[in-house]
Design a protein around this ligand. Structure first.
Ligand code: ADP
Ligand code: MG
Length: 689
């Protein structure tokens, strides 16, 4: 014990001292801390509690339940020393309302001496059911009948940890570091309005859990949250700036190709499409590489915008590559582009995992020698061995999780191409500006005309027979129907079986309809044949696994049935529902569920029934799943925020880009300090040290 409390010799402790300068941090523990990315004393200050324990209230034993974490106080009834395989002590404790047991291993002699019948003991721990009723294993404890005993006044912080580092360790180390908090540089000095809570106050507040659990709106916490969000914003920006240093080809032309294209298009672009197309054309004309995020709800017509960008690149004599996240989607893009561009005499190549090798070689050669100007595909597009003669534009569809790192890989294909990322996930603008600080944002905020609102009905599976009746009528009236089968976690085979069963059931129940089945295991040609039959109207009912999730487009389809809707997330449900309501007929989406409905599932179905607005649904999705899940960890270190919370602190986001500008103008050297403080080199923004 002596060693732990001794003052370490040497220079006085500063925020920059190595962690090993703290009392109680020997070489082994220092190494564990290093592995957690905690090198300096100030890094410990920013290692913040993940939660707080409330030890202030003594719980009567009668009210204790297994699984609870509680502080109790009682009289020692007896102490039993067991010398079995593992030496241990069993202590019986009573408080008048009831009894419980403590189980302790390795007790030092001096401690053991205190454990005597009749003494009062305070302890805190998690309760479990033992042989003799409730027990705590290895609680934290203190004798409560001594003069210096004091029950905790504050909440007790609980730190994220690693093997071999206990909560007691953290608390001791951080207690030593906290007095240094006021010495930390204040990077935001002069940038925020004056009554700015100090960094030291904020850190003390968070580490000590004063009063109640730190209130989210407490200015000291907000001050730290703001700084953390700023650091992430700067990190993404600096990664983008590093990419942006390179020059891209200026893709400029008279726009004749686009006008020619529009002449053969059966509809005119919406105003929203026109607006984002001109934003994109503006970017493409510059020699700074475009990095633009295009947001547009399901069915808003992003593909047309992609076509406009592609034609701009082609007219300027460059190639364009268009990537989708799945094979089915990539094939659909290929089909759409092939159909749109054929009248212009423009060929479309396609690279996906299942290309035959001869075909693949041919496409690769044509791309490399510049004979092929447009290529669609999956990630296969950017694998090794794919080279472009003059790649000017890369478009990524339905993939907002496309991180800085992947973008860099992609842009290594020759000179720096322009980049357009398209997504149906509507991230609030303020949030997008922070997490996509390196992307400009365009939003399609208008659906093409003629869309009809979709009526959404939530229905237990027990009403299936009734539903099939209704389908018979619809088919009789010449309408088409999607029937989507349950997602079965991690089992494609079970999912397939469920789809096959529904297919058999519907085929038998609807003898006058042609029913098709499409799923992930079908060969490309078989799948294409089924999709083509449904697209042309020759097939009335399409039973599908969730492979049709995005992109499919059959305006005559007016009913979408989703089995086991309770298993799907909001984003998926919204995407699926967006397949109907595209024609003149009134459309319906039936969400079938198997009771009982768990709370979150019930809430998801309720949201689906009450809203069709992608923004409302996405926001609810983020609330229900948490921002980390919603945004995906791959894309952004923001999933690992320590103080800020993207939902709770949304109001702070709006000011971040401006704050970043002012900081860069006033004190560019502060950026490095901020990044180090909050990101410490642990997060994947690519360029960040
Ligand atoms: P998403 O944004 O979900 O990718 P799509 O690009 O697939 O949407 O477009 C959905 C449907 O709307 C397609 O059938 C497309 O041809 C059609 N569409 C796109 N723009 C318009 C428009 N301006 N007027 C009418 N229909 C349009
Ligand atoms: Mg699309």
């Amino acid at each position: 014990m002596g060693g732990r409390n001794a003052v370490k010799a040497g220079a006085p402790l500063t925020p920059d001292s190595p962690v090993s300068a703290l009392r109680g941090v020997g070489p082994a523990l220092a190494e564990r801390l290093e592995r957690m990315g905690l090198h300096r004393v100030q890094d410990l200050l920013f290692h913040l509690p993940s939660r707080y324990q409330d030890r202030r209230h003594i719980h009567p034993m009668a009210g204790l339940r297994p699984g609870m974490e509680a502080a109790v106080e009682g009289e020692i009834l007896d102490v039993e020393h067991l010398r079995g395989r593992r030496e241990q002590w069993l202590v019986r404790l009573a408080d008048g309302s009831g009894q419980m047991q403590l189980r302790l291993f390795h007790l030092h002699g001096a401690m053991r001496g205190q454990w005597q019948r009749g003494r009062r003991l305070w302890c805190f721990g998690e309760l479990r059911t033992g042989f003799h009723g409730l027990e705590m294993v290895h609680p934290e404890w203190a004798m409560a009948d001594t003069a210096d005993f004091q029950a905790p006044q504050h909440l007790t912080p609980f730190y994220p940890s690693t093997e071999g580092i206990t909560q007691l360790h953290w608390r001791r180390w951080i207690a030593q570091a906290l007095p240094l908090a006021d010495q930390l540089p204040d990077y935001l000095r002069g940038l925020l309005p004056p009554p700015l809570p100090s960094m030291g106050d904020g850190l003390r507040f968070l580490h000590q859990g004063e009063g109640d659990a730190p209130a989210p709106a407490h200015p000291a916490r907000q001050r730290l949250a703001l700084e953390e969000l700023l650091a992430h914003h700067l990190a993404v920006r600096s990664a983008g700036a590093a990419e942006g240093g390179a020059a891209a080809p200026s893709l400029q032309g008279p726009g004749a190709l686009w006008r020619q294209f529009l002449q053969q298009l059966p509809f005119a672009p919406t105003r929203a499409q026109e607006r984002v197309i001109s934003e994109i054309r503006g970017d493409l004309g510059r020699s700074r590489p475009m990095r633009r995020l295009l947001q547009g709800d399901v069915g808003s017509g992003k593909t047309l915008v992609a076509a406009a960008a592609t034609l701009t690149a082609l007219e300027a004599g460059y190639q364009a590559a268009f990537m989708a996240p799945t094979e089915i989607l990539a094939e659909q893009l290929r089909d759409r582009f092939a159909q749109w561009f054929a009248p212009l005499g423009i060929g479309v190549g396609h690279l996906a995992g299942r290309n035959r090798s001869g075909e693949r070689r041919g496409i690769l050669r044509d791309l490399e020698e510049g004979r092929l100007a447009v290529v669609t595909g999956t990630q296969a597009l950017f694998q090794e061995g794919v080279a472009f003669a003059r790649l000017g534009l890369v478009i990524i569809d339905e993939q907002h999780r496309f991180g800085v790192e992947q973008r860099r890989q992609l842009q290594e294909k020759g000179s720096m191409p322009h980049l357009l990322v398209m997504t149906a996930t509507p991230i609030p603008r303020t949030l997008a500006m922070t997490i996509h600080a390196d992307l400009d944002l365009s939003v399609i905020d208008e659906l093409p005309p003629g869309r009809t609102p979709v009526e959404t009905v939530v229905m237990p599976d027990s009403r299936r027979a009734e539903l099939v009746e209704r389908m018979r009528d619809l088919v009789g009236a010449g309408r088409q129907i999607y029937w989507v089968c349950p997602l079965i976690e991690e089992s494609e085979i079970l999912q397939l079986r469920a789809a096959e069963e529904s297919f058999a059931e519907l085929s038998a129940a609807l003898p006058n309809a042609r029913v098709g089945l499409v799923h992930g295991r079908l060969k490309g040609a078989e799948k294409a044949a089924v999709m083509a039959a449904f697209q042309s109207g020759a097939m009335q009912v399409l039973v599908a696994t969730t492979v049709i999730e995005v992109g499919v487009d059959v305006p005559n389809a007016s009913l979408m049935v989703i089995e086991h809707a309770e298993r799907l997330g909001l984003a998926q449900l919204h995407q699926l529902r967006g397949r109907v309501g595209r024609g003149a007929a009134k459309s319906t989406c039936i969400l079938l569920y198997h009771p009982p409905l768990a709370g979150k599932a019930r809430e998801r179905l309720r949201v689906m029934r009450s809203s069709q607005d992608g923004f409302v649904i996405a926001r609810k999705d983020m609330e229900l799943r948490g921002p980390g899940e919603f945004l995906g960890t791959r894309q952004t270190g923001l999933a690992q925020l320590r103080v800020a919370d993207l939902l709770r602190d949304e109001a702070l986001l709006a000011g971040i880009p401006d704050l970043a500008e002012r900081l860069l103008a006033q004190d560019p050297a502060a950026v490095e300090g901020l990044l180090h403080r909050w990101l410490g080199g642990r997060l994947g923004y690519g360029q960040v040290a």
